[in-house]
Write a protein that binds this ligand. Structure first.
Ligand SMILES: C[S@@+](CC[C@H](N)C(=O)[O-])C[C@H]1O[C@@H](n2cnc3c(N)ncnc32)[C@H](O)[C@@H]1O
Length: 151
């Protein structure tokens, strides 16, 4: 296990990726290093994000008969939580190792984990959301998304 501060190491990877004009490549490098026990993923909580859990619990969210798309799913904790609530869940991330790790972490998962490398930043995704769907991206955010429009 690396003894460097996880945030420092992640920043180092990010800085090198930015310098190489490949701004998202550091995620794969970080996840691969963590899989080799040479780094720690700073946002690996081993649990779904507490704001997502609070939001779901406050509403008594029941996903049966509904779809969820988890954008930039990382190690899959949020996606698997959505699936556990009953949502048919698709989740993707730019980092292939994150997707592999999520599948290993949740071997019996009903989530469809996809490695997806978009041509640009993670915007434009709202176009894939059905009319009346909700965008939960960002702290505490919950906005209804209209088809074809950014939240
Ligand atoms: C800070 S992590 C958060 C991961 C997860 N949402 C969580 O809360 O644990 C950001 C994630 O976004 C992914 N990511 C960043 N840019 C992306 C892009 N353009 N397309 C897809 N995934 C991307 C990274 O690989 C990383 O897993």
């Amino acid at each position: 296990m690396a003894n460097r501060n996880p945030d420092t190491q992640a920043r180092h990877f990010a800085a090198e990726a930015l310098a190489a004009d490949d701004p998202t490549s550091w995620f794969e490098r970080l996840y691969a290093s963590a899989a080799g026990d040479e780094a720690v993923v700073p946002w690996d909580r081993g649990a779904p994000h507490r704001l997502l859990v609070e939001w779901a619990q406050q509403r008594g969210l029941d996903g049966h008969g509904k779809w969820a798309m988890v954008v930039v799913c990382g190690l899959g904790e949020n996606a698997d939580y959505m699936a556990a609530l009953g949502f048919e869940t698709v989740a993707f991330d730019v980092a292939a190792t994150a997707i592999r790790s999520a599948r290993q972490r949740f071997p019996d998962s009903r989530v469809d984990y996809l490695h997806h490398r978009p041509s640009g930043p993670a915007t434009g995704l709202a176009r894939g959301v059905r009319p009346g769907g909700r965008d939960l991206h960002g702290p505490g955010a919950s906005r209804t998304v209209s088809p074809g429009r950014e939240p």
